[in-house]
Write a protein that binds this ligand. Structure first.
Ligand code: ADP
Length: 570
């Protein structure tokens, strides 16, 4: 029951009368009980009467001024909230328009001016002109507003320069302090949001298209079940359609052999471990047949739930090729072993052959040598000049043949009798060789100079002897007529290698023969010009290569040659 104002006032007056009466009655009694002295009691009662009068006077004053006090507070409150609203209005990033019931705009905030590219005055003038009249959503929106008094939705708006933009609009009726009806319109420019939505839609469409046409399977599983597959994924798993796969537990598509490891990986990935590394797995098709796959998985929520997206590639063909290569490699290895064995056998045979050849050739050669020397000794007096000349030729030829046999044997034996790889002092090797050649050198007034500080190299002392004996003999042999041979042995370092240089002042070698001279039997001169068999440098090359090194020459015809031997430092 709602009481009228007069009823309320009457009640308050009645309550006051009761309270006053009770106060007078009870307080008098209380004072009488407390104060026995009559004079003091009378004084106390007087004070009490004054206190009562003052309290009543204050109450009457307050009641008389109450309306004024309250209305001032209300005025203050109203001002404060108006200021707040103005702040909001001024600083809002959304456009705010205030309209009168006839639809005219009487206020537009700064955001509205920025949004429409117009001044507040212009906005007020054009009113509904900020709306795009060609927007088909406009008429229903206005109708809804007229019917319900408010509208929330999306419309197209016009800027001052004629361009359009999409905006979210919300209208609301409110009452002013004086009781007039007004409408507030809030507009938010959603161009950016629309653009982002469009970009998202496009990228989603691209993603879907990719999924559709991708030649690799893309399968998503969540909570142990397949929740998505693209057509390639379905095909890979032997299904005709994606629906046949969706809903299957992953335990049915991962081969039991790989299941435990796969599940551990999935757990780790869902716990936050970086995925996407390729792993080989075996999957099962719908008919239960296994298929070799390579998977790249990554944790990616699906429909708001934790899920794993797996890119699955069928690697059956690759596996088959790998197996083929493995088999071919094994076959190749077997053949290499077989061939090596054959080659070793052939080498042994060749060695035996060269021994027997040398032996068999040596016997008749010895006979020739023997008989020619008997001829020379006993019958030279019986031979005329021509006969003597022929005999000399036979003797020379047999000596050369002996040399040829020795050289060939040396070449074919190279490295056969177990190679040693030890640190060998070049100074010792070269000094020995020079010492052996000293007699011949003196005859020719030649010198071989060994530079200071020649290092040690890793090698086999016999091979090193053969290498440098051949090089030094050539350096002396291929000298210029009437010029004493001068040979210098020096070195340079190149990383862990040592390059030994043997330089002479001989006849030199034309550059087109720099490589050919290392071939067996390759000679640049006749036997008459310079004696030799054409095997020396091929022996040098073979020996250097057996030691893992290199040999080459640089030369200047008429000036001299330098042979370079590169060997591992020891
Ligand atoms: P050989 O000395 O028995 O003929 P090599 O194989 O030692 O056989 O040398 C091949 C050829 O290279 C020689 O015939 C010679 O023409 C050329 N040759 C080798 N060393 C030198 C050198 N130091 N100076 C000039 N020519 C050389």
């Amino acid at each position: 029951m709602k009481l009228s104002a007069i009823q309320v006032d009457l009640r308050v007056a009645l309550l006051y009368a009761i309270f006053g009466g009770l106060w007078i009655l009870l307080s008098d009694r209380l004072l009488a009980a407390l104060i026995p002295d009559v004079a003091t009691l009378s004084a106390a009662q007087t004070y009490k009467g004054w206190v009562f009068v003052l309290a009543s006077a204050f109450l009457i004053f307050f009641l008389l001024r109450r309306d004024l006090i309250l209305s001032q507070t209300a005025e203050n409150n109203w001002r404060e909230s108006r200021d707040h609203y103005r702040q909001l209005f001024e600083n809002s990033i959304d456009a705010v328009l205030l309209t009168a019931p006839d639809g005219s705009i009487y206020a537009a905030n700064p955001a509205a001016c920025r949004m429409f590219g117009r001044s507040e005055e212009e906005i007020k003038q054009i009113g509904r002109g900020v709306l795009d009249a060609s927007d088909p959503r406009l008429a229903p929106a206005l109708e809804e507003r007229a019917r319900t008094g408010s509208f929330h939705g999306e419309l197209t708006f016009l800027r001052g320069d004629g361009s359009k933009f999409p905006g979210e609009i919300s209208t609301q009726i409110f009452k002013t302090k004086d009781g007039f009806e007004r409408t507030s319109i809030i507009i938010r420019d959603v161009t950016e949001r629309k653009r982002a939505e469009e970009a998202l839609r496009e990228s989603e469409a691209r993603y879907r298209n990719l999924l559709e046409v991708a030649p690799v399977g893309i399968v998503v599983h969540s909570e142990g079940k397949i929740v998505f597959t693209n057509p390639a994924g379905a095909r890979l798993l032997g299904a005709n359609s994606e629906e046949q796969i969706i809903g299957k537990p992953i335990t049915e598509i991962i081969h039991p052999e790989c299941l435990e490891a796969a599940q551990a990986r999935i757990q780790r990935m869902l716990a936050g471990e970086q995925g996407l590394y390729p792993v080989e797995d075996i999957y099962l098709r719908l008919d239960g047949t296994p298929v070799n796959v390579e998977v790249m998985a990554t944790a990616l929520p699906y429909d708001g739930k934790p899920a794993v997206q797996v890119i699955v590639t069928d690697i059956t063909e690759r596996k088959r090729a790998e197996e083929e290569i493995r088999k071919l490699n094994a076959e190749l290895e077997r053949r290499v072993v077989e061939r090596t064995a054959q080659l070793q056998a052939a080498n042994k045979e060749l060695e035996a052959f060269s021994y027997s050849v040398s032996h068999d050739l040596r016997a008749p050669l010895r006979a020739i040598n023997g008989f020619t020397s008997i001829l020379a000794r006993r019958y030279s007096a019986n031979l005329d000049e021509e006969g003597q000349h022929y005999l000399d030729n036979v003797i020379r030829a047999s000596v050369r043949m002996g040399q040829l046999i020795d050289d060939l044997l040396q070449y074919s034996r190279l490295g056969r009798s177990g190679l040693r790889h030890e640190s060998v002092s070049l100074v010792i090797v070269l000094s020995e060789i020079v010492k052996d050649m000293q007699g011949y050198l003196d005859e020719l007034h030649g010198i071989i100079k060994i530079s200071e500080g020649l290092p040690s190299v890793v090698g086999d002392i016999t091979l090193l002897n053969q290498i440098f004996t051949n090089l030094l003999e050539n350096a002396i042999t291929y000298r210029k007529p009437d010029i004493p041979p001068q040979v210098e042995i020096s070195h340079q370092r190149e990383g862990e290698y040592v390059i030994v240089r043997v330089s002479d002042n001989g006849i030199g070698i034309p550059s087109e023969y720099y490589e050919k001279i290392f071939n067996i039997f390759q000679r640049l001169h006749s036997e008459e010009e310079f004696p030799g068999t054409g095997i020396g440098l091929s022996t040098v090359k073979k020996a250097v290569e057996l030691l893992g090194g290199e040999v080459w020459v640089e030369s200047q015809v008429g000036e001299g040659s330098t042979f370079y031997v590169k060997l591992l430092g020891g």
